[in-house]
Design a protein around this ligand. Sequence first.
Ligand SMILES: [Mg+2]
Length: 355
Amino acid sequence: MRIILHIDMDSFFTSCEELRRPELKGKPIIVGADPRGGNGRGVVSTASYAAREYGIHSGMPISIAYKKCPNCIFLPVDFELYVPLSQKIMGILRNYSDKVEPASIDEAYLDLSECKDYTEAVKTAEKIKEEIRKIGLSSSVGIGPNKLIAKIASDYQKPDGLTVVRENNAEDFLKPMNVRKIPGIGPKTSEFLKERGIETIRDLQKITKEELKETFGKFGETMYYFSRGIDDSEVITEYETKSYSKEFTFQKDTKSMEMLRDVTLVMAEELSKELETGKKRFKTVTLKIRFSGFETHTASLTLKEYAGGKEEIYATTNKLLQKFLPLEKAVRLIGIKVSNFEEKDPKTIGLARYI
Ligand SMILES: [Mg+2]
């Protein structure tokens, strides 16, 4: 049984601003573009709960927000303030699970499957919320059998919410909701569905998988499963992001250098493709070699520059392989791992929707 927790900070940017300037607490604050007397371009990044009472929400053009509430406090987005607070929160989360996936600056998934049951998971959630409250920030948490349910649950009772949806209730929990609650269904898709009489997730369940696939392609299939509360996706830790490694076990232990080189070339090719997809560049290559009788060795080499290509992986692996020559025993398994990734600017991690 899997137990997944999703945490979402309540009105994160404006809450950070309130933390820096306590005199702003409870006031209608809008963080986003410059309103310039109602003529500014750009959008609202975050509106505080007091500002939301004026009908202002994130994504709204800043000029409209200004018209709705010219007396609101308009502040520019200040990542220098938010990023360290975000990192502090992620640090707290990592104390409660080895598997933490930051989904954006103020959102993360935790795999709590180590908890023996939901009761224990709820206790963990309460502790997390309390630790975050001590920093002066408020969060909402959802707990469920998968990422999809946890994410929808965290949004269910905002702010300062804690919503638990067990597997057997997941489908009923979703049924009355608008299709927009499903991640990936935006205004265009929901409008398209509405024109066909589909507004709730219950309505969506009536469409066959084939029809959805025909209309929406691969995402149609996802919609089919999501509308039933089914989501098998894993919580992916940020830096190991599905480990960039490959292993190959020979059917019969071998001493043939030709075979070892062929296999490493294929693995290097596969790895470089995955790195390209993940937009990752590495500095360190580790070779793992297991001989007959389970004797296992590893050797690493760190390059001067970041690399990502198959040639670099292959050449480095071969250099490492030299250390084990001449082969005294036959090889059972050979593996390559690349690590030491180029660090991304924290400001670019999961922030696309704010900029
Ligand atoms: Mg949030």
